[in-house]
Design a protein around this ligand. Structure first.
Ligand code: ZN
Ligand code: ZN
Length: 757
């Protein structure tokens, strides 16, 4: 007996070859009906006998196309209509509220790569070759359902050959929306001195210029890169000078793993992440002697490296260069540039040439950055290749727009059991980033059809994201929920691990506004998804100069010394005092004594800064986290010793006082113990007091689950020690794998706190 079934498939099912896959699959069965893209996902209707239909549905799940992901399948029986044959119907848009998942951008696939370098292929050396299994997605999509006319490919009309492929069910380019060739698709051009160079091959010319040591602005998938030959010291130094970037590491791109092995060490996991279709930047341990210029990442043991991900990258790198620097094309703290004209204006004076193409980038998106910690990936930045794939919860939330923090800002939207985290937006203090932030809110709202009832933001009254929340609250009459910074961090970790029960949250970071008005950052919270209680923290010390102390770690070092030794601090016979100017130290003393611009802080990041300066590694920084990163880079391996510390109770809270750490380190400095040993002993001590206090809190509460979050946990040495020692004592430890543990992840936590209240 025949029946009719309606099948709705939700997940990443558009723009991944799903309909042709269904059309092909259905040929194995005696079924009639149709398939189409709707704004719920993919909808199928079939008529046939029950067994055939059941087998067909099982086959869908088992034989999925490479980029597809099924979240849910709904099957309903309907009265027979008598379908003849099976067809792909036109996309329909039904309800306003329904939405589909959108695929991130995916690196060029093996098949396309083969064709790219095949002289007999009609797309030989065509820089925009793509197919259903690869190419741009999120960065070119303006709206859903995903169809060519709703992408920035809309301006290009397919030639008859391309159209033929697009219409041919058996073809790899069947309904590949960005399908194109040299005759009908986007074109590349090279500009020098604001003029288009005619009569040259733009790619050959670009390679030639890069080999001469020139700097190029090269349009990528999500925005421009500034590129130069990473083996050319002069070029790298010049890029640093022009970009006004003193020491922050530059990312590299090499043609293949063999090239990367010439200058970095690769573990199995690192390799896995490098070749991953999302093609993130992976932080790899440097080899000591290599051709790469030391100024690519000064005083850092790691290099950020990625493999090519667009055909254009492959064309530039094939048979050329050990590595190219490929750093985001932007000015200082501004967002990545995606527009040709804007690049010409803003990067003029940095780039010697521009490699453009005439397809627009709709959603700008930086490269993602991961590092392997404890044998698994940790995101430093989650952007291209991962956004807009949602974080999936096993419970539903109210619709919330969460505005994130201030630095490394991201926004999040919750919808049903999904949370859509935006790409990395940057530091909101820059006016351009604030614009990018507002633009992304608009784009995400539209793309995922969300109508938030609640706005979530940080407690910090001065954050621009908080002020923006107040602004739209008044305009749109929405409810605002303010979420404490470290609570957001811990809930972000809980959410991605689908933990709902109360945990001991350890949040170590640089700065977060506390509910007592102090600057928090070394926090032990007892919390669930709705609320928290502060169980313990690092002892408060003054932060002389506030924000200034963040860029000048020597201030924090002296704040500790002065608080511990009093006026005698200046006379300690250590290199720190010989290096510092006595006058400056006296000013710090006065600021602390008179409580001038010296808020109290329990920041763990500042403790790392202070040690870094105290032992002579870094007194002033030129990028966020520099002092702590360099301190980590110094750590000797095989050291197990620790320094003394004390933990005591004050008003029902545990306080960790690092005073004895400083006293011990000064002894070590006087005994001329190496910085590498001191650095390792210090890291060991932080791991030890973390374990010790978690143990005390477990004794009091019986809670055995620990969630770790905050930027400090991007420190590999520390995090591996902490996990190992906690697990050794029987704790269940959760860390962040899907979203960054730095402030790039807090919008997720905010959304969950506000959405579950
Ligand atoms: Zn392909
Ligand atoms: Zn064509």
């Amino acid at each position: 007996m025949k029946i009719r079934k309606n099948i709705i498939i939700k997940g990443i099912v558009q723009g991944v070859g799903f309909r042709p896959f269904i059309h092909k699959l259905v040929q194995n069965y005696n079924l009639s009906g149709w398939v189409l893209n709707s704004n719920q996902g993919v909808e199928i209707e079939v008529e046939g006998n029950t067994e055939e239909i059941n087998n067909f549905v099982n086959d869908i799940k088992e034989k999925l196309p490479p980029l597809a992901r099924i979240e849910k399948i709904e099957v309903n029986e309907l009265p027979l209509v008598g379908y003849k044959g099976f067809s792909i119907k036109k996309s329909i848009v039904k309800e306003e509220d329904s939405f589909v998942l959108v695929s991130p951008d995916i690196s060029i696939c093996e098949d396309c790569l083969q064709e790219l370098f095949d002289p007999n292929n009609r797309r030989f050396r065509y820089p925009f070759i793509n197919c259903t299994n690869c190419g741009p997605r999120f960065t070119i999509i303006k709206d859903i359902p995903y169809d060519r006319k709703k992408t920035t490919m809309n301006n290009f009309k397919m030639c008859s050959l391309c159209q033929g492929e697009y219409d041919d069910l058996e073809n790899r380019r069947y309904h590949a929306q960005p399908n194109a060739c040299a005759d009908c698709g986007p074109q590349i051009s090279l500009y020098q001195n604001k003029r288009k160079s005619e009569g040259i091959d733009p790619i050959e010319k670009a390679v030639k210029l890069l080999k001469e040591g020139k700097i190029g602005a090269i349009k990528g998938l999500g925005g421009f890169h500034l590129a130069c030959d990473a083996a050319n010291d002069k070029a790298v130094a010049r890029l640093r000078r022009l970009k006004n970037r003193e020491a922050k590491p530059f990312a590299l791109m090499s043609f293949n793993l063999e090239k990367i092995l010439q200058y970095c060490k690769l573990g199995e996991k690192e390799e896995e992440w490098l070749v991953n279709r999302a093609r993130p930047i992976v932080l790899l341990k440097k080899r000591k002697d290599s051709l790469i210029s030391p100024s690519v990442a000064p005083r850092n043991n790691y290099l950020g490296v990625m493999l090519p991900y667009t055909p254009l990258h492959y064309l530039l790198l094939k048979d050329n260069f050990t590595a190219l620097i490929m750093t985001s094309g932007n000015i200082a703290d501004q967002p990545i540039i995606g527009d040709n004209q804007e690049a010409l204006e803003k990067l003029d004076g940095i780039a010697d040439f521009f490699l453009f193409y005439n397809r627009d980038i709709f959603n700008r998106c930086d490269d993602s950055v991961v590092k392997i910690i404890n044998d698994d990936n940790v995101f430093f930045r989650r952007s291209r290749g991962h956004v807009p794939h949602p974080i999936i919860l096993d419970f539903k939330l109210k619709e919330v727009l969460a505005l994130g923090g201030e630095l490394k800002n991201t926004i999040s939207f919750s919808k049903e059991n999904y949370i859509f985290l935006s790409q990395y937006l940057g530091d909101l203090k820059s006016a351009e980033t604030l614009e990018f932030f507002k633009e992304s809110i608009t784009n995400f709202k539209k793309m995922f059809k969300v109508k938030p009832e609640i706005i979530a933001c940080d407690l910090h009254p001065d954050y621009l994201s908080t002020q923006y929340a107040e602004e739209i609250k008044v305009k749109k009459g929405l409810k605002v929920v303010k979420v404490q910074h470290h609570h957001a961090h811990i809930v972000s970790c809980m959410a991605e691990n689908n933990v709902k029960e109360k945990v001991i949250g350890v949040a170590y970071d640089g700065t977060g506004y506390g509910d007592d008005g102090n600057v928090w950052g070394g926090e032990f919270l007892l919390c669930d998804l709705k609320k928290y209680a502060r169980a313990g923290h690092l002892k408060y010390y003054p932060l002389p100069g506030g924000d200034k102390a963040i860029v000048e770690p020597w201030r924090m070092a002296y704040s500790y010394l002065y608080s511990i030794y009093g006026p005698k601090a200046k006379t300690l016979d250590i290199d720190f005092n010989h290096r510092m100017d006595g006058n400056s130290l006296s000013i710090i003393e006065k600021m602390i004594d008179k409580n001038i611009n010296s808020p109290l802080t329990s920041s763990c990041g500042r403790l790392f800064d202070a040690i870094s300066s105290l032992i002579g590694i870094r007194d002033e920084i030129s990028y966020e986290g520099q002092a702590a990163m360099e301190l980590e880079s110094f750590c000797a391996s095989g050291i197990t010793e620790i320094y003394k510390f004390s933990i005591y109770k004050e008003e029902e809270k545990f306080i960790i006082d690092p005073q004895e750490i400083f006293i011990d380190i000064i002894e070590d400095l006087k005994r001329e113990i190496g910085k590498d040993i001191i650095a390792a002993k210090f890291h060991n001590t932080v791991a030890e007091f973390t374990l010790n206090l978690c143990g005390k809190i477990r004794e009091n509460t019986g809670i055995n689950e620990i969630a770790l979050s905050g930027g400090v946990f991007q420190n590999k040495y520390l995090t591996e020690k902490v996990i190992l020692s906690l697990e050794d004592k029987g704790f269940k430890v959760y860390i962040q794998r899907k979203v960054p543990s730095n402030d790039g992840g807090i919008s997720l936590g905010q959304a969950v706190v506000a959405g579950s209240k």
